[in-house]
Design a protein around this ligand. Structure first.
Ligand SMILES: [Fe+2]
Ligand SMILES: [Fe+2]
Length: 268
């Protein structure tokens, strides 16, 4: 069985590319399930219920998120009606939403998706993601053998440590958040698939999906700038993980990069 994983979808251009390319990729790789990260899908910052519904109608089965999940203020209320969108499980437990879920696949049994956030250079006030994932795995018990972990984190050290921590216990550990796809995809000895970062669905001529000039202005002068999202010449990054659905152990991981040349009109 195969699962399609998609990196952080950035803005309207990213959404449009995801909607166009995900159904094609699912067919091409014969994927039974798709997980995508939606934390930047609303104008580059956060997500809305409407966008969640659009992406779920475009071939995505489950959405994960990260440090930007609350950027659209209404989403604090809306998340209750979005059971297929996860927020990091190690956020403060008083925050709404869920950090993991068990999802039925028509011909694949149950797939568990866990969303965690790192603490190194990103979310230092989050609970310990290593002990939190141990707690979750105990809670899940034998209800799922296929388990995918989106570790939304900045530091490669923390991500690799999480991969090694969960090796042999989950199907795949993959990183999101940096918007840059890494070339370290591998199967660990315990048959857990791993990649430090999937990358993004965002503009090729950009800095992490934002227009180059204003970001450079900040770096060169130290002045604040409005970072517009790049909506054209989108590149989609992700990976396909193949696994044994009886044992939940990984067989292969393949990195994916696709160009989406659609040029959108005015930016918003
Ligand atoms: Fe992101
Ligand atoms: Fe992030």
């Amino acid at each position: 069985m195969k699962i399609l994983l998609i990196g952080d979808i950035v803005g309207k251009g990213g959404r449009r590319a995801a909607q166009d390319l995900i159904p094609e990729l699912r067919r091409e790789y014969n994927c039974s399930f798709c997980i995508a990260n939606a934390e930047n899908s609303a104008g580059g910052a956060g997500v809305t219920r409407k966008i969640v519904e659009t992406l779920l109608n475009s071939g995505v089965d489950v959405l994960t998120s990260g440090d930007h999940v609350w950027d659209q203020k209404d989403f604090v209320q809306e998340i209750a009606s979005c059971p297929k969108l996860l927020r990091p499980a190690n956020f403060d437990s008083r925050q709404p939403g869920k950090g993991y879920g068990l999802f039925n696949v028509p011909i694949g049994g149950v797939i568990c998706v866990i969303n965690l956030i790192g603490r190194v250079f990103i979310s230092k006030n989050a609970e310990n993601p290593f002990t939190e994932v141990d707690r979750i795995l105990e809670e899940i018990g034998d209800r799922a053998s296929t388990i995918f972990v989106d570790f939304h984190a900045e530091a490669t050290s923390e991500k690799i440590a999480m991969g090694r921590h969960l090796d042999g216990r989950v199907t795949a550990v993959y990183g999101t958040h940096t918007h840059v796809q890494t070339a370290d995809e591998q199967i660990f000895p315990g048959r857990t698939a791993f990649i430090c970062d999937l990358g993004m669905v965002g503009g090729r001529e950009s800095i992490l999906g934002r227009e180059i000039t204003p970001v450079l202005r900040t770096f060169t002068t130290g002045l604040p700038s409005h970072y517009k999202v790049v909506e054209k010449n989108i590149v989609l990054n992700g990976a396909v993980v193949e696994f044994d659905r009886e044992t939940g152990r990984a067989v292969s991981i393949t990195r994916i990069t696709r160009n989406h040349e659609a040029v959108l009109g005015s930016q918003s």
